[in-house]
Design a protein around this ligand. Sequence first.
Ligand SMILES: *[C@@H]1O[C@H](CO)[C@@H](O)[C@H](O)[C@H]1NC(C)=O
Length: 393
Amino acid sequence: MKSHHHQLLFMFLVFFAQKIELLTAETFTGTYGINYGRIADNIPSPDEVATLLRAAKIKNVRIYDADHSVLKAFSGTGLQLVVGLPNGFVKEMSANASHAMAWVKENVQAFLPKTSVCGIAVGNEILGGGDYELWEALLGAVKNIYNAVDKLGLADVVQISTAHSQAVFDNSYPPSSCIFRENVAQFMKPLLEFFSQIGSPFCLNAYPFLAYMSDPENIDINYALFQKTKGIYDMKTDLHYDNMLDAQIDATYAALEDAGFKKMEVIVTETGWASLGDTNEAAATVNNARTFNYNLRKRLAKKKGTPLRPKMVVKAYIFAIFNENLKSGPTSERNFGLFKPDGSISYDIGFHGLSSAESSLLSLKAVQSQGLTKSYILILTISAAALILFLKQ
Ligand SMILES: *[C@@H]1O[C@H](CO)[C@@H](O)[C@H](O)[C@H]1NC(C)=O
């Protein structure tokens, strides 16, 4: 009888511990995250990637779909994963709420809480892009996905968002003059209205690399690379910028304020620098990629805001973990990777990549048992807390 009680108490505690883990799941830990693009045929398996990310102490990860092999591999790792609803599904999810519910159940709920899916990015860079029907479908898809998540009781755990490219803006120089493009604004405003109701941030894909290449005559490359530079001065706000990424973020804050959303947070969901490009992409060099990524990492480690929003600590997901050899477009598109396919670092920015020796030493088993130890400690802690509560009563 007694042991039966113990068993019940234990089951209760395990359940309780899982709940607590669920409730405390954060969307972003620290300031540094990474995009795990997978359009390649030479990259490590999802299990190896989970090991690599843990060794590099990178906790925040985004993928561009909801691939089940990745969701399974990340189970029990503590990695905070944002999954993507690919653009190809957006119209369908917008048209039919029950399809949105089915997608969320199958690709998110089924993996919680062991896999920490902390967000769903609905589509990528839709507004300002080439498919106008997607612009019209985006808000409906966002709402249907959110409503599904909410009905499943997961709205506090899984944040809904969508990432925007710089194509949604007009006048991004100086930063304070930035506004949303007129044809984008009519779709952007209702979207922002909804995101502000559900507490989601504005997700920005910002590439000083692209901005620099669009105007190398007039932009100092040191400004794009966070190197010593005279920077720019914004007369309207009386603010000085010593790097372009901060200016791009503040341009976004200016556009949000102009649209009536002064309080919304901006998160950088992609930024990076290519290490190889075509002949007309001269800035894509290993040296520049290393400099950008090294300095970006230092910038993020300061846990500071921007000149315009000093209290909004800048958070960014780097693009990307690996070169993606099957991507189309200019050569730079296939050369944004921080790590080589064998898990070693492409260029030194202060991370430990995995040497091949390390990667066999740090077997998945070792990592999994670490994960287990952690949850066991959590259960023990909670047992102790529960015991104290019981004793008090
Ligand atoms: C949504 O999809 C379901 C199942 O595929 C279907 O039965 C239903 O009629 C659809 N609803 C609309 C509004 O299209």
